[in-house]
Write a protein that binds this ligand. Structure first.
Ligand code: B4P
Length: 190
């Protein structure tokens, strides 16, 4: 099993590149953002609680997302590998993921970070907000709060994987196909 964490700030292209990785390698895609939005669409109590936090640009509690990911990993024992997109976003989530994978006889092969400067990220997210209906993409203040959460809580996750010698970064600016090419080069060496 080849398990990869796709890392980067909000709007870096994680969802975009994940879709291409699934098409090419048949990995199972685990996006906590997508799982949370599915809960919101189904109007579950969990979804309603998560929406309040997401609309403010804040992270949802670790236990909620860890539980969601745990169910999905256990439900797919035959997967060729998992792409973790938007997860882990805190060091506590990264530690829980290591334990979960170990209990299932597997591990993270590597983390690949997409590097994109903040002004470009704001442009991308506002553009998506104009067409997708995602409420967390429509207001620049909310987007900036998501970056603050990223700086404070998510960037330390990169250090966690650097400590395991599993971290690599690529340039996330440019054509989607060009970025995908760089990503595949890294993944094929894992
Ligand atoms: P997510 O759904 O993970 O969303 P995101 O980080 O905002 O970015 P995403 O990955 O979807 O966008 P992409 O870069 O592909 O999180 C949303 C919220 O959910 C969080 O703020 C948080 O509240 C909550 N949440 C999720 N996971 C959590 C966790 N583990 N713990 C706690 N809370 C959690 O693309 C962005 C845009 O850029 C797109 O429009 C795309 O078309 C465009 N784009 C992509 N590549 C491009 C390129 N090369 N050039 C130009 N545009 C490009």
């Amino acid at each position: 099993m080849r398990n990869i964490v796709l890392f980067g700030p909000p709007g870096a292209g994680k969802g975009t590149q994940s879709q291409k990785l699934i098409d090419k390698y048949g990995f199972i895609h685990l996006s906590t953002g997508d799982l949370l939005r599915a809960e919101i669409a189904a109007q579950t109590p969990l979804g309603m609680e998560a929406k309040k936090l997401m609309d403010k640009g804040e992270l949802v509690p670790d236990q909620v997302v860890i539980g969601m990911i745990g169910h999905k990993v256990e439900a797919n024992p035959q997967a060729p590998g998992f792409i973790f997109d938007g997860f882990p976003r805190t060091v506590a989530q990264a530690q829980a993921l290591d334990q979960l994978l170990q209990a299932n006889g597997t591990a993270i092969a590597g983390m690949v970070a997409l590097e994109v400067v903040e002004d470009e990220l704001v442009k991308r997210l506002l553009l998506r907000g104009a067409t997708s209906g995602r409420s967390d993409d429509q207001d620049e203040g909310t987007i900036r709060r998501r970056f603050n959460e990223y700086q404070a809580k998510t960037l330390p996750v990169a250090e966690y994987y650097k400590g395991q010698a599993k971290y690599q970064a690529i340039n996330g600016i440019g054509e989607v196909e060009e970025i995908f090419g760089s990503l595949c080069q890294v993944i094929e060496k894992l």
